[in-house]
Design a protein around this ligand. Structure first.
Ligand SMILES: Cc1cc2nc3c(=O)[nH]c(=O)nc-3n(C[C@H](O)[C@H](O)[C@H](O)COP(=O)(O)O)c2cc1C
Length: 335
């Protein structure tokens, strides 16, 4: 029988240069600044079927958005490739909070990485119900996805309005002492104001950004390609937008010592470094996993190389080191 080399085994592999890459995020120890993003890794087990892939390469994994009751999701098409990105309108397909907590969480290996729930809902009551459910579970942290449409307010997204975002955050804050991360929408006028309100409402961390709304049209049928008409754009196409939003949110969050998971189009170590320099304490990878499931190994190695070359002892020393002449609030419009 072949013996398994415990060092080479993906099950026991940790990122190389662990000391350099370790970060403290909302009091949780992440072995790497990389966070695998919600909706791109199922419920934490999806990529473990791929030879050579290890959850240990990621500091944390965010589970698929979870609602109070099971949801079948939207009609097809649900995903569509675009230049340098993809549109998705999955519609939060998930088996419901009870199933996730009772049936899925017990199957996850919490020694591999940190697991973060992604809470979604159509009403504030639903957000609270799901948050409470995860609060009474072994999950390490709770991320609130405020990009969902509020059915009581006629479908406007909670995350596009600072007042509504703050209401969701304070209601969830009241029912959990686990680290609470709020995922901000880029589809709003002033992300700084929204970040400020979410911090005041008690969030411990921020995830910046969720997808950018977009659409695609089939010219032959003259119909929208996506069954839901509109979808969320992700991947490299949104990276410059995401980077600016992280920088803007950092201008607000740094005074409160609220850490940010920067995300949107990261596919390389250089992308990740840009987000860290802009103000992120951790970096999310989602869409890139679809075409390169081993991307985390390369990103971890590339970040470590950079830290060594710049004589930095830990990745956290890089956070927010951007040099600018002035705050973005005072920047002239482009064009
Ligand atoms: C297919 C798909 C499903 C997603 N589902 C969720 C979700 O359930 N909850 C959530 O907060 N974000 C969801 N997202 C957004 C991602 O978590 C991430 O914020 C976004 O895709 C930007 O990162 P990326 O460009 O690296 O993919 C989803 C993204 C994709 C592509």
């Amino acid at each position: 029988m072949a013996t398994v080399d415990p060092v080479a085994s993906p099950k026991t592999a940790t990122p190389k240069d662990a000391g350099l890459l370790e970060v403290n995020f909302c009091g949780l120890k992440f072995a790497s600044p990389i966070v695998l993003l919600s909706g791109c890794v199922g419920f934490g087990e999806e990529y473990t079927r791929i030879e050579g892939f290890s959850n240990r390469e990621a500091g944390a994994i965010v589970l698929k958005g979870t609602t109070g009751r099971a949801r079948l999701g939207n009609p097809p098409h649900r995903v569509y490739e675009t230049p340098a990105g993809m549109l998705n309108a999955i519609g939060l397909q998930n088996p419901g909070a009870g199933y996730v907590v009772d049936e899925i969480l017990p199957t996850l290996d919490f020694t591999e990485t940190r697991f973060i729930a992604n809470v979604s809902g159509s009403t504030i009551e639903e957000y609270v119900e799901v948050t409470r459910r995860f609060d009474q579970s072994p999950i390490d942290a709770i991320e609130i996805n405020i990009s969902c449409p509020n059915v009581k307010e006629g479908g406007v997204a909670f995350g596009n309005y600072p007042d509504m975002s703050a209401q969701v955050v304070s209601a969830c804050r009241a029912v959990t002492r686990k680290p609470l991360i709020t995922k901000l929408s880029p589809n709003q006028t002033d992300i700084r104001e929204n970040a400020r309100r979410c911090i005041e409402a008690g969030t411990d961390g921020l995830a910046v950004i969720n997808t950018v709304m977009g659409m695609a049209i089939d010219v032959e049928s003259r119909r929208p390609v996506i069954g839901n008409i509109q979808g969320g754009l992700s991947g490299p196409a949104i990276k410059p937008i995401a980077l600016l939003k992280v920088h803007q949110v950092y201008e607000v969050a740094r005074a409160h010592r609220i850490p940010i998971i920067g995300q949107g189009g990261i596919t390389t170590a250089t992308d990740a470094l840009e987000f860290l320099i802009a103000g992120a304490s951790a970096v999310g990878i989602g869409t890139a996993l679809f075409y390169d499931p081993m991307v985390c190994v390369k990103v971890n190695e590339g970040i470590a190389e950079y830290l060594k070359a710049h004589r930095l002892a830990n990745v956290s020393e890089l956070t927010g080191t951007l040099t600018t002449a002035r705050a973005t609030e005072n920047c002239a419009v482009s064009g």
